[in-house]
Design a protein around this ligand. Structure first.
Ligand code: ATR
Length: 285
């Protein structure tokens, strides 16, 4: 009888979460959230939803109508997600990009962006880097950069330069954040060859196995080079940085795990310990 009751009230049905993107098949998020759920004894399921841009709005709303409690959003939908939700956190409003949506009982769809928190947690917490007073170069000016600029600028780097294949996009993005810090946008061709303390690759060039054309002098003996992309082995960007003898190169595994932990916190009210997941992913190379 007790068993029947618990089933009738759905006590054993896991709460539904997932990732919406296009493509999503390569994603490690189900593995990461699966480990988080087990470690924190949360009864949830996390699935992948491959949704094309033309169907994003309808299919995402259908998922929530069907009982999904929260979604992560990835390429190419982060800016569309900011328009879909009916409330934005101040961070997501500043970024005009959303990577996490939470559905509340009163039917509020809240959009948050945990990318920047994830990047900072990795740079400072996992890698022990100090950002204050540093010269930072960011490659790319898409949704990924929008998400991280606010939290990065709050750390008070000396200057931030955004360089992008399409120059105007970088100039426009820098202007949006110019009230926060010394920040400029330019094209790759405008880059001068003086070294930066931290170079972050946020272009999707690595995903295509490509490397933007950049002057060699950008990397000095003290430069740390961070690729937001991740995968087995070196990326074209980390290979380039190593060939120029960067002080250190890192891939984006840590950012991936830390942004996931922040999403989990928003959904479940508990921030899981990321260390065991980072160790499991480090074994992927
Ligand atoms: P994301 O959410 O990952 O930022 P996006 O908004 O589509 O995705 O942005 C992709 C970024 O990678 C852009 O800065 C893009 O440059 P453009 O603005 O010129 O399109 C950059 N990018 C993509 N492929 C690239 C390549 N092969 N070389 C250099 N930059 C590239």
């Amino acid at each position: 009888m007790a068993e029947g009751l618990s089933t009738a009230f759905g006590a054993e049905t896991p709460d539904q979460y997932g990732l919406v993107g296009h493509p999503v098949a390569h994603s490690w998020s189900p593995f990461i959230h699966g480990m988080f759920a087990k470690a924190t004894s949360q009864n949830l399921a996390y699935r992948l939803f491959d949704v094309t841009p033309e169907h994003f709005r309808r299919e995402t709303l259908q998922l929530f109508a069907g009982g999904v409690r929260g979604l992560n959003v990835t390429l190419p939908h982060k800016q569309a997600a900011a328009e879909l939700v009916n409330e934005l956190t101040p961070r997501a409003a500043r970024a005009q990009a959303v990577n996490t949506i939470a559905f509340f009982e009163d039917t509020t769809l809240l959009g948050e962006n945990t990318d920047g928190l994830g990047l900072i947690a990795d740079l400072e917490g996992n890698l022990g880097l100090e950002l204050a007073g540093k010269r930072v170069l960011i490659l790319g000016a898409g949704g990924a950069v929008r998400g991280v600029l606010g939290p990065l600028l709050e750390r008070e780097p000396r200057e931030v330069l955004i360089a992008n294949r399409t120059r105007d996009r970088a100039v426009k993005l820098a202007a949006e954040f110019s009230d926060m810090a010394e920040i400029r946008g330019c094209g790759f061709a405008d880059l001068e060859g003086s070294p930066h303390d931290l170079i972050i690759n946020a272009t999707s060039a690595s995903l295509q196995g490509e490397m933007p054309p950049l002057p060699e002098g950008l990397v000095g003996a003290g430069s740390v080079c961070y690729d937001m992309a991740y995968g087995r082995g070196p990326t074209p960007f980390t290979r380039w940085a190593r060939s120029l003898r960067a002080a250190a190169t890192h891939k984006g595994w840590g950012m991936l795990v830390e942004q996931a932990a922040e999403s989990f916190l928003l959904w479940r009210g508990i921030r899981p310990n990321t260390r065991p997941v980072l160790e499991a992913l480090a074994r992927q190379g």
